[in-house]
Design a protein around this ligand. Structure first.
Ligand SMILES: NC(=O)c1ccc[n+]([C@@H]2O[C@H](COP(=O)([O-])OP(=O)(O)OC[C@H]3O[C@@H](n4cnc5c(N)ncnc54)[C@H](OP(=O)(O)O)[C@@H]3O)[C@@H](O)[C@H]2O)c1
Length: 253
């Protein structure tokens, strides 16, 4: 077996991370750069992407900051065209951008909210993975990682459209693992409660519930997402595809 360092190395790889400007995506961007990858950081806010890109470059890697609404089909087409002009290839794609807006009751969920939640959490990952997955399939292969949620398998009444979208994302991972195998691996990660900007909307009782009802008695720190994505991105996961992996501290089990 090759050395453990080599097994997890991303030397010579190019990674694209949607929602790479903050939260879990930013942690991934920095970790991938430390493992040797060049990184494309995508979100709607160019300045925030540029800040992360500067951190990646400070680690000696190439970086591209790119502003894109990844819930929009046309914008994704343009993103892929521009990225392949700059980098020629993408080896690792992480569909990480997502959101779960609050609502009072299911009857209050309007069409705009429904469409925007499905667009960012499901439609965008489908389009981006189709374009990049096809290119990976036709060249040197790659790894696609979809950041889903434990809401996909254990939904609460506060996140029904989001849960449905993330469940769809899990199905997408399996279907695309079949479509683009054997040279492209596609997997889903289901985070439980992580203490990113998303958690700022949680009230005291929600935080208490996390403490009481998870095996580790706490929410996840953003950097605790790194182990699983580094594994899935690297050769360490060479026999892992079509998997749906929870990283949740044992919350609500
Ligand atoms: N934190 C948790 O507890 C938790 C739990 C389960 C699953 N997850 C999932 O993990 C992923 C990351 O979550 P997080 O907690 O890191 O979220 P976050 O801190 O809110 O960051 C979200 C990221 O997505 C980007 N983004 C949002 N809408 C976008 C759009 N329309 N187009 C492009 N980029 C967009 C944001 O940048 P801009 O605002 O600049 O666009 C930001 O970079 C999400 O898919 C989320 O559903 C999180």
């Amino acid at each position: 077996m090759e050395s453990v360092e080599k097994l997890y190395s991303l030397e010579g790889k190019t990674a694209l991370i949607t929602g790479g400007s903050r939260g879990l995506g930013k942690e991934m961007a920095i970790a991938f750069a430390k493992a040797g990858a060049d990184v494309i950081i995508v979100s709607r806010t160019l300045e925030a992407c540029q800040e992360v890109a500067a951190e990646v470059e400070a680690l000696g890697r190439r970086a591209l900051a790119y502003s894109c609404h990844t819930g929009r089909w046309e914008d994704i087409n343009q993103l892929v065209e521009d990225v392949y002009k700059e980098f020629n290839k993408v080896d690792i794609l992480v569909n990480n951008a997502g959101k779960s807006p609050l609502y009072d009751s299911l009857a209050d969920v309007n069409e705009k909210l429904w469409d925007s939640v499905l667009a960012i959490n499901l439609k965008g990952p489908f389009r981006l993975s189709s374009l990049i997955g096809q290119k990976m399939y036709e060249s040197d292969g790659g790894s696609i990682i979809n950041i889903s949620s434990t809401a996909a398998t254990n939904p609460t009444p506060k996140e029904v459209p989001y849960a449905a979208a993330k469940a769809g994302l899990n199905t997408l991972s399996l279907a695309m693992a079949k479509t683009y195998g054997p040279n492209v691996r596609v997997n889903s990660v289901m985070p439980g409660p992580f203490l990113t900007d998303i958690s700022k909307a949680w009230d005291e009782s929600a935080l208490k519930k996390i403490e009481q009802e998870s095996f580790l008695n706490r929410g996840g720190e953003p950097h605790e997402i790194v182990g699983i994505v580094l594994y899935l991105a690297s050769d360490a996961a060479s026999f892992t595809t079509g998997a749906v992996i929870p990283v949740d501290g044992g919350y609500l089990k």
